[in-house]
Design a protein around this ligand. Structure first.
Ligand code: FE2
Ligand code: FE2
Length: 330
């Protein structure tokens, strides 16, 4: 695996200072850092971790919904859900590619996930119990992802920001299809409406936790904001999401399971209740209802896909050999 990062060679402190000043200037001008630019090691590390975690989340996130493709209630629903899950695979691939430009090979990043050493979004460690969960996941989980990711389109690291532009377009379709599943159920039989409400009740809290811990418990946020990786704090994004989904829930005819949720005239925002952060940190540490199942499934899929990777490598080798032969003849 080649490392295509070409650092500005620095032989002494003065060179390093110049490189740092160049980097600082790019950040100050709100311009972009590209893979060949010099960057501080901490910036590289932070981004590698963040982009890899994001890629893992897309790939693991295929599981709760993939589980429902065979049980979708109609051919049309099956086609939509299949397309959505395929999109998530594509997001994972763009993001692993973006992470690789920082110098860590993709197989190393994937191995960290398989070894249980890498994090991914806590939300995917909850089971999808009914068809209505496909609606609640699309509406709330992809909805929260959009709130998180739209500002990332302006991330200071070029490959990550550019990957986000396309991803966000697809996430909008995901949210819309989820909302429409819930709308159909909510306007169906009383049992269907109840199923939709139960799914929203289960998903609401974990979806709000997707923005990460409260600002005072998120020590790395400030540095990420200073580097123009992150544009808004966890709590700001969470607030934006709550303000967005309250009217959408009203349009669905469903309630959000939070007795403290109410409009605050003074703030111009909705107030919401305290979230269960003990649960959140427990799930992050691996104690969620489906952590073990998600990783076991990913490991099995990785092993079952070994022949595809081997075949692709062999095909690439043969292609290179044929090209070398053609070049030799010419
Ligand atoms: Fe995605
Ligand atoms: Fe999505």
């Amino acid at each position: 695996m080649t490392n295509n990062v070409t650092e500005i060679p620095h032989r002494d402190d003065a060179d390093l200072e110049r490189a740092q000043a160049y980097f600082d200037d790019i950040i100050a001008r709100d311009s972009r850092i590209e893979p060949a630019d010099w960057m501080p090691e901490a910036y590289r590390k932070t981004l590698t971790r963040q982009i890899a975690q994001h890629a893992h989340s897309e790939i693991i996130g295929m599981q709760p919904e993939g589980n429902w493709i065979t049980r979708a209630p109609s051919l049309k629903r099956k086609a939509i859900l299949t397309a959505k899950v395929q999109d998530e695979a594509g997001h994972g691939l763009y993001l692993y590619s973006a992470a690789e430009t920082l110098g860590t090979p993709r197989d190393e990043l994937v191995q960290q996930l398989l070894d249980g050493k890498a994090k991914y979004s806590s939300i995917f460690n909850y089971p999808a119990r009914t068809w209505a969960d496909m609606g609640a996941i699309g509406w709330l989980v992809d909805g929260a992802a959009i709130c998180n990711q739209v500002p990332l389109c302006r991330c200071s690291y070029g490959p990550y920001g550019r990957a986000m532009v396309r991803i966000c377009k697809e996430e909008s379709f995901h949210q819309r299809q989820g909302w429409e599943i819930l709308y159909t159920l909510s306007n169906g039989t009383p049992a269907q409406k109840q199923m939709a409400q139960d799914a929203v009740n289960r998903t609401y809290g974990p979806a709000l936790q997707m923005f990460g811990p409260p600002d005072d418990q998120s020590p790395n946020s400030q540095q990420s904001m200073a580097w123009n990786i992150k544009r808004f704090s966890n709590d700001e994004l969470r607030q934006r999401f709550v303000d967005m989904i309250v009217p959408q829930a009203e349009a669905l005819g469903l309630t959000l399971p939070d007795p403290d949720l109410k409009w605050n005239e003074e703030r111009g925002h909705y107030d919401y209740g305290e979230l269960d952060w003990d649960e959140f940190f427990g799930v992050i540490k691996g104690h969620g209802p489906a952590n073990a199942q998600r990783l076991a499934h990913r490991r099995a899929a990785h092993e079952n896909g070994a022949w595809v990777r081997e075949a692709a490598a062999e095909y690439a080798r043969k292609q290179a050999e044929a090209e070398a032969q053609t070049a030799a003849v010419a």
